[in-house]
Write a new protein. Structure first.
Lengths: 194, 405
C-alpha cells in the first residue's frame, strides 16, 4: 500500500468506526434505572453518567467530573461481591449478607482505605434514614485522598433480602460537597424499586 | 561565604569524607564504631545543591500536609531515640516527621528530614529496634547515598538507572504496598532510592551506631524477623506462595530480609547483649497513639499480616486492652461465622483489662448479634450506649436495639 493509500484507509476507518459513548446524559426529571437493577431514580438536574466503574453492580454519575462530585449507585449487591473492581495482590472487603446496617460505614471505610490509598479516614456521623421504603442508614465521613485533598462523603443505604442498595456521594470538602449535596438528596428521595 | 572560602570548605570536607567511608566487611565480625562526626555540612556542587533545594521544597509541603501525623510529643520521642542512637552531635541537624501511613518504612533526605511511617510503630517493639531503623536511615544520610544514586541515575550507564525505571513501571503491579506507590513523593518520600550495596552499607552504619549506644544491638535483627513473619502470614491467609526471603527478586532494591537479619545478628557487639532494649519506655511513649495506628492496620484488609502484628506486639510488649480490642475488631470485620466466637473472646478480654472501654462493648454486642446471641448482644450494646451516650453511631445502635436490625 502506498503512503497516501494507507493514510486514506486510516481516515476512512476512523470515520466509519462507531463512536463509543464514554458519557451518557442523564436528563433532569426523567426516571431512569441504575446499576442494571430494579432501582430507579429521577434526578432534579442533569448529570453525566460515566458507567459502572465501581464494580458489576454499580453505576457512577458526576456533574463536574468524578474527582469533584462522584455519585455512585450500588444496587442488588449480593454476598461475596466487592464495592470496587478487583485489584491484583490486594484483598478487597466484600459485602456479607449477614452484615448489620450499623456495620456499613466500616465496610465503606475499609473499601476506600484499600482502593483509594486513604490513610486518614474519619467517620463523622451515622443515623437511621428510610430508604426505598425500608429502614436504612445515612452516614457521613471524611478522608484525605492520595492527592492530599480532603474529601467528604455521604451514603444512604438499606438491605433488602440480603442485598445491599446504596447511593454514595464523594466530593472535595471545600465547596463541591455542599454544592452537590442538594442534588444528591433529591436523587435519594426519588429512589424507588420498580 | 565567598567562593574561595567555599572551595576550601569543600576540600576539607572531601578530605574528611573518605575517612569514614569504610565499606562493610566481607567476612563476619561486629560492626565498628562510627567515625567522629564532621560537623555542619552544606551542599557542594550543582547536583547536591539542586537535591537540597528540591528536598527543602518537599519538606515545606510535608510540614503542611494533612497526611503528616503532627503530634509533637511523639516526634520529640523519636528524635530522642535517634539522638541516643547516633549521638547528640549528629542528631542536631535532623528534623523528624511522622507520616500517617500504615506501612513499614522510614526514609531520610540529604537536607536532614527523616520521615517515619506510622506503620513502623507496630513493627518495632522497643527502643533498640527503633534505633536500628533510625540509625540505618541516618547511615544513608551520612554516606550521602541520595547524591550518589542521583548521579548514577543521571549517567544512564549504570544498572541502577534501569532498575529505577523498571521499578517505577512495575510499581503498580508490585506486592503488598502496591496501591500506595503513587502517593505524593514530597509527602511520603521516595521509596526506591538506593542500591543493594548502599542498603548493606546503611545497615552496617546503623548497627555500628547501636553498638556504640546504650541500647541492645542484638535487637536490630528482630525487626526483620517481624517483617518476615508478617509477610509469611499475610501470604498464607491470601493463599499465596510463601515468600522466598533467601532469593533476590530481580532488581529489588533492598537486600533480602533473611540476609539482613543474619548479617545484623553477626554485626552486633556481643558485649551489648546485656544492655536494656528500652521496651518499657517505648510502650509507654506510643501508648496514646497505638489505638489509631492499630485501626489503620486492621482496616487494610490484610487479615493474616494484621493478626501476626497484633500477636507479635502482645507477646513481646504485653497484652493490653487496645491490643485485645484491635484483635476483636479484626476478627469481627473478617466476618466469617467462625470468626465471631474468637472476636467475642478478644472483646471480653479487652473488657477484662479495661471495663470502661465503650468500643469493646460495641464490638462485643455486634459480634454476639451476628452469632445469634440476641439477648447478650442487646445487653452489651446497652452498656456501650451507657458508657458513650454521645457516640457517633448512638442513634443507629438505639434503632438496632428497638428494631433488631
Amino acid at each position: 500500500m502506498t503512503k497516501t493509500g494507507f493514510v486514506a484507509a486510516t481516515i476512512a476507518c476512523i470515520l466509519v468506526a462507531t463512536p463509543v459513548q464514554a458519557h451518557k446524559l442523564e436528563e433532569a426529571n426523567v426516571a431512569v434505572r441504575v446499576a442494571k437493577s430494579k432501582m430507579s431514580v429521577t434526578p432534579e438536574r442533569a448529570w453525566n453518567g460515566i458507567g459502572g466503574r465501581q464494580g458489576k453492580q454499580s453505576e457512577v454519575w458526576t456533574i463536574d467530573g468524578e474527582q469533584l462530585n462522584e455519585l455512585i449507585f450500588f444496587a442488588d449487591v449480593r454476598g461475596g461481591a466487592t464495592l470496587a473492581p478487583k485489584m491484583k495482590h490486594v484483598t478487597l472487603p466484600t459485602w456479607d449478607e449477614k452484615m448489620l446496617l450499623v456495620e456499613l460505614p466500616e465496610l465503606v471505610e475499609r473499601n476506600y482505605r484499600v482502593t483509594r490509598q486513604v490513610t486518614e479516614f474519619t467517620q463523622i456521623s451515622s443515623k437511621p434514614q428510610t430508604f426505598l421504603g425500608r429502614d436504612g442508614i445515612a452516614f457521613e465521613y471524611e478522608y484525605v485522598n492520595a492527592d492530599g485533598l480532603h474529601v467528604r462523603g455521604i451514603a444512604v443505604a438499606t438491605i433488602i433480602d440480603g442485598a445491599l442498595y446504596m447511593i454514595n456521594l464523594n466530593a472535595p470538602r471545600l465547596n463541591y460537597f455542599e454544592r452537590s449535596k442538594a442534588a444528591f438528596d433529591a436523587i435519594v428521595a426519588s429512589a424507588k424499586l420498580d | 561565604m565567598t567562593k574561595a572560602r567555599l572551595l576550601v570548605f569543600a576540600s576539607v570536607l572531601a578530605a574528611v569524607g573518605p575517612a569514614y567511608a569504610a565499606s562493610p566487611p566481607k567476612s563476619a565480625g561486629q560492626a565498628s564504631l562510627p567515625p567522629p562526626y564532621s560537623g555542619a555540612y552544606q551542599p557542594i556542587g550543582k547536583d547536591e545543591i539542586g537535591l537540597w533545594q528540591r528536598d527543602d521544597e518537599d519538606e515545606r509541603i510535608l510540614a503542611a500536609s494533612p497526611e503528616r501525623f503532627d503530634v509533637p510529643p511523639l516526634a520529640a520521642y523519636l528524635t530522642d531515640v535517634l539522638c541516643r542512637t547516633v549521638g547528640t552531635d549528629r542528631c542536631k541537624g535532623v528534623r523528624v516527621y511522622i507520616v500517617r501511613s500504615p506501612f513499614f518504612n522510614a526514609s531520610m533526605t540529604p537536607n536532614g528530614t527523616i520521615r517515619v511511617y506510622s506503620g513502623l510503630f507496630l513493627r518495632v517493639h522497643n527502643e533498640a529496634e527503633l534505633g536500628a531503623i533510625l540509625g540505618h536511615e541516618f547511615g544513608h544520610f551520612e554516606k550521602r547515598h541520595t547524591l550518589n544514586a542521583f548521579k548514577a541515575e543521571r549517567s544512564g550507564r549504570n544498572l541502577l538507572a534501569w532498575a529505577a525505571v523498571l521499578s517505577a513501571t512495575a510499581s503498580n503491579f508490585g506486592y503488598r504496598t502496591n496501591s500506595f506507590d503513587s502517593l505524593q513523593i514530597s509527602v511520603h518520600g521516595n521509596l526506591r532510592h538506593f542500591s543493594r550495596d548502599q542498603e548493606r552499607e546503611a545497615d552496617y552504619m546503623g548497627i555500628g551506631f547501636l553498638n556504640a549506644s546504650n541500647l541492645r544491638p542484638q535487637s536490630a535483627a528482630q525487626v526483620w524477623h517481624t517483617v518476615m513473619g508478617e509477610q509469611e502470614h499475610s501470604a498464607a491467609v491470601r493463599g499465596l506462595k510463601r515468600p522466598d526471603f533467601k532469593g533476590v527478586a530481580f532488581f529489588a532494591d533492598h537486600p533480602p530480609e533473611a540476609e539482613r537479619a543474619e548479617s545484623l545478628e553477626l554485626l552486633a557487639a556481643p558485649e551489648g547483649a546485656t544492655r536494656s532494649d528500652g521496651a518499657a519506655d517505648y510502650v509507654r511513649a506510643i501508648a496514646p497513639y497505638l489505638p489509631a495506628f492499630l485501626n489503620d492496620q486492621i482496616k487494610l484488609n490484610d487479615f493474616g499480616g494484621s493478626d501476626y502484628l497484633i500477636q507479635a506486639m502482645g507477646d513481646t510488649c504485653g497484652w493490653t486492652a487496645p491490643l485485645y480490642f484491635a484483635r476483636g475488631e479484626l476478627y469481627r470485620l473478617h466476618g466469617n461465622p467462625r470468626d465471631m466466637p474468637n472476636a467475642i473472646g478478644f472483646y471480653e478480654r479487652a473488657i477484662g483489662a479495661d471495663s470502661t472501654m465503650a468500643g469493646a462493648y460495641r464490638g462485643l454486642g455486634l459480634a454476639q448479634l451476628r452469632s445469634g446471641l440476641i439477648e447478650p448482644g442487646r445487653a452489651s450494646l446497652k452498656t456501650y450506649l451507657q458508657l458513650d451516650p454521645g457516640a457517633k453511631d448512638a442513634a443507629m445502635i438505639s434503632t438496632l436495639l428497638e428494631s433488631g436490625h
